[in-house]
Design a protein around this ligand. Structure first.
Ligand code: ADP
Length: 403
């Protein structure tokens, strides 16, 4: 591999984890990536890999995010990827909720950090750790530009009919309640890659993108512009996810509060951490869920069936919204790897123009690939997402525009 002329460090900071990736924005190559888990617990897991080289420091406690980032940099040195030697030009930060204020990639300033704190009630699980990541990275790398790239950005221009909740409009206006959508960096990247793969203009394609990871969301995209997406004010709405239920009757919340006397925080915790596939089937990872189903576990089977049922409902809804769908794209951990989810999500849709190729769908792969039958009017693709590369390229676009 030739040495990159410049690199961007992309930081994705969670409540007890910190993921970093060092990216050559020009070639798209990832030079190194590092993950620290269990920050603040008695014993942490920290690892970095760069090509064939790996370094780990599992065991000792890592007290906070600053220590986690410093540990990552130490491990990068150990694998021979010193930050001093790779012409680091920017640090990109994955930012989840930009509210109404932020939708363009935005330089991280004290003012942005203060506004992100104000937005925390909209994404209590995601925004505070994201801001923490920005603060510690700015402290350790003060001389570099830091740029926040928002998960909500791509959906900023959702049509009003999709973005608007049918609730009292004065309340919605006062409290900035609308459908914001999330995983936007992935939906945008993957839909663009689908056009590249098919060698067709993005503007000519109607697409349904299914981002199925631990968090999961669907989008309908016409000519590169979002028409609808399944997540809303918060990342709770829409598809069934690893630990979140997706769509539920909001009446459940009032009922639990009034009758079961659960506090709002308890309900919030249940809906964010103990629902979805995990809440029903006891597993978050689809590989484990399939093992349980194979051993005759009926709860695991029901979890899978509920997951697929919801996914099919969204696909059907988006086929109707788009009118004519050229491409269905599967991405993220489940979408890229789980052939049975793809098979069951699209089973019996020949009449709607979607037919999988059984063998292509069942063949594992790590690159963009077609999995639909040759004569399927709608093409079905599997496209690996790469949110880090998209963030790195957004950073370069900001730097270029500032010049
Ligand atoms: P996140 O939302 O945390 O970024 P990912 O997109 O990495 O999640 O997806 C992680 C999930 O992908 C795992 O929890 C697991 O359910 C699923 N997954 C990963 N590899 C496989 C596989 N080979 N087969 C089935 N599911 C997989």
């Amino acid at each position: 591999m030739t040495s990159p002329t410049r690199t961007v460090l992309v930081v994705n900071s969670g409540s007890s984890s910190l993921k970093c990736q060092l990216i050559d924005p020009d070639s798209g190559a990832s030079l190194a990536d590092g993950t620290v888990e269990r920050i603040g617990e008695d014993s942490a897991l920290a690892g970095v890999s760069a090509g064939e080289r790996e370094a780990r420091r599992d065991g000792p406690a890592i007290v906070d995010h600053e220590a986690a980032l410093r540990t990552t940099f130490d491990l990068l040195e150990e694998v021979g990827t010193s930050l001093d030697a790779v012409n680091l030009v920017a640090v990109g930060h994955r930012a989840v909720h930009g509210g109404r204020s932020f939708y363009q990639p935005t330089p991280v300033t004290d003012e942005l950090i203060a506004k992100m704190h104000e937005l925390s009630p909209l994404a209590p699980l995601h925004n505070p750790p994201g801001v923490l990541g920005m603060e510690v990275a700015r402290k350790i790398l003060p001389d570099l530009p830091h740029i926040a790239v928002f998960d909500t950005a791509f959906f900023h221009d959702l049509p009003a009919a999709s973005a608007t909740y049918a609730i009292d409009r004065d309340v919605a206006e006062q409290w900035h309640i609308r459908r914001y959508g999330f995983h936007g960096t992935s939906h945008k990247y993957v839909s663009e890659q689908a056009a590249v793969f098919l060698d067709q203009p993005l503007a000519s394609l109607n697409q349904i993108v299914l981002h199925l990871g631990n968090g999961a969301s669907a989008s309908a995209i016409a000519g590169g512009r979002p028409v609808d997406t399944s997540m809303g004010l918060t990342p709770l709405e829409g598809l069934v996810m690893g630990t979140r239920p997706g769509d539920i009757d909001p009446g459940i919340i009032f009922y639990l509060a009034r009758t079961a006397k659960m506090s709002i925080d308890e309900i919030d915790e249940m809906l964010n951490r103990r629902s979805g596939v995990f809440g029903l089937g006891g597993e978050i990872d689809f590989r484990e869920l399939h093992k349980q189903i194979g051993s005759g576990d009926t709860a695991a089977q029901l979890a899978y069936d509920v997951y697929i049922h919801r996914l099919r409902k969204y696909i059907g809804a988006y086929l109707a919204l788009l009118g004519n769908t050229d491409v269905v794209v599967f991405t993220a951990g489940v979408g890229e790897n789980d052939a049975s989810v793809r098979r069951d999500a699209l089973a019996g849709l020949t009449g709607l123009g979607i037919e999988l190729d059984v063998h292509l769908n069942a063949s594992p792969g790590h690159t963009a690939r077609r999995v639909s039958a040759d004569d399927s009017p709608t093409t079905v693709l599997v496209i690996p997402t790469n949110e880090e590369l998209a963030i790195a390229r957004d950073c370069i676009a900001v730097l270029t525009a500032e010049r």
